[in-house]
Design a protein around this ligand. Structure first.
Ligand code: CYT
Length: 403
């Protein structure tokens, strides 16, 4: 074998093996026991048996909303119970006085990368007020930081589609301008027109060949009705594997036999479910869905923004929160929580070269833990984060060469 760029010696993999990982041109070209690993390397690093996790994948984040990198903005509660419409109104007011997206998105990206995120899916607001401006700025942030993290972008109609005439056209333009997926928002609860809303986004997905990731806060049987509509449309258009329903609170609110039936439809259609196990809210039953064959994955969603003041970008903490709120205790359950911020999220994002495996991109996180279960419950720090084989974060900060 010719000389490799970097040889990572004594890497402990999640399957318990201790191996040498050889990286060339940003890819893992071999994983082998010490005696069989390449001898010639431009750089050799001894990982001393530390655990090597695949790069963490944030399945749902909002890079245009966070106040990380800005002054603290005190949370303003809704006036009479939670309302998406009022939340959006308060958010508009708070964002009017915020620093530019270039500054805030950069700070949020650095926060996430420092904890081990190497891939993310960001929703970006598209509405009549901001038009495509947020999209342009998040795309610029994506490009400016692409040596640290890969960002997928969803064109997200945060102020509705049917009740906001003109947004349908903007979403189509957003996809032509480079958004990777088209989003949606509570077809019933926000737009009061389930088919009108879904016709627009499924139309764009079908015409433009992109995936869908729809925010669905609508609860109870109304939410279930919408979820089943989304599953039917996905199947009819052959979009299996490219559609996500984010939040899907309804799945956490109706009786389990109703969830079983809906889970079957989701599995058959190839629709994934994202959850961040939000605060005091009901959320989907992870294991029930997984056992029915649904891909369930996780993401941080809101990080210190108008929606809620929490979040530090750490996906191991997110896995812990999902596990904690789901009542996970066994090793198998903890591994399920871990998979939600790694392989399941990678599958939902359609990443083909993911994992600590030969041929994959050399994106990984090195930390002091014996196994993934300990990684989830203890969230050990410090961590070394590698993107395409290069060190991008160390001891909680971004290494300067990656800025
Ligand atoms: N969880 C959410 C974040 C941002 N926008 C939403 O509609 N929902």
């Amino acid at each position: 074998m010719s000389t490799v760029d970097t040889l990572f010696r004594n890497a402990r993999l999640v399957d318990g093996r201790t191996v040498d990982v050889a990286v060339c041109d940003g890819r893992i070209i071999s994983i082998a026991s010490h005696s069989q690993s390449p001898v010639a390397a431009r750089e050799t690093l001894d990982l001393t048996g530390r655990l090597v996790l695949p790069g963490l994948v944030d399945g749902h984040i909002h890079l245009d909303k966070g106040f990380v990198g800005d002054d603290w903005k005190s949370h303003r509660p809704c006036t009479a119970g939670f309302s998406v419409r009022e939340r959006v109104k308060f958010e508009k007011e708070a964002l009017a006085g915020a620093r530019p997206i270039a500054v805030r998105a950069a700070a949020l990206i650095d926060l996430c990368v420092a904890h081990g995120t190497t891939q993310m899916r960001s929703h970006v607001d598209i509405d009549l007020q901001v038009g495509l401006r947020n999209l342009e700025q998040v795309m610029a942030a994506r490009d400016a930081h692409r040596n640290k993290v890969s960002v997928q972008i969803v064109a997200f109609p945060q102020s509705g589609i049917v009740t906001s005439p003109g947004v349908a056209g903007l979403l189509d333009e957003a996809v032509r301008a480079g958004a990777d997926l088209v989003g949606g928002l509570d077809p019933a609860g926000y737009d009061a027109d389930i088919d009108g809303h879904l016709d627009v986004i499924f139309g764009i997905a079908d015409r433009r060949g992109v995936g869908i990731d729809i925010h669905l806060h609508d609860g109870g049987l109304l939410g279930i009705f919408e979820i089943e509509n989304i599953a039917r449309r996905t199947k009819a258009l052959g979009l299996g594997g490219k559609v996500t329903i984010s939040h899907a609170y309804a799945l956490g609110e109706v009786p389990r036999d109703a969830v079983q039936r809906t889970a079957q439809l989701l599995a058959e259609a190839g629709v994934a479910i994202l959850t961040n196990a939000p605060g005091a809210h009901a959320f989907p039953p992870v294991l029930l869905l997984r056992d029915a064959g649904v891909n369930v994955f996780a993401g941080n969603d809101n990080i210190r923004d108008s929606w809620w003041p929490y979040g530090d970008g750490d996906l191991l903490e997110r896995a812990m929160i999902v596990g904690y709120r789901s009542g996970f205790s066994t090793d198998a359950d903890l591994a399920a929580a871990f998979n939600m911020v790694t392989t399941n999220a990678a599958q939902a994002l359609g990443l083909r070269d993911y994992g600590v495996a030969k041929g994959a991109a050399a994106d990984f996180v090195v930390l002091d833990a014996q196994h993934v279960q300990e990684a989830v419950v203890a969230r050990p720090r410090p961590r070394d984060v590698y993107k395409n084989g290069r060190l991008v974060a160390h001891g909680g900060t971004i290494v300067t060469a990656a800025r």
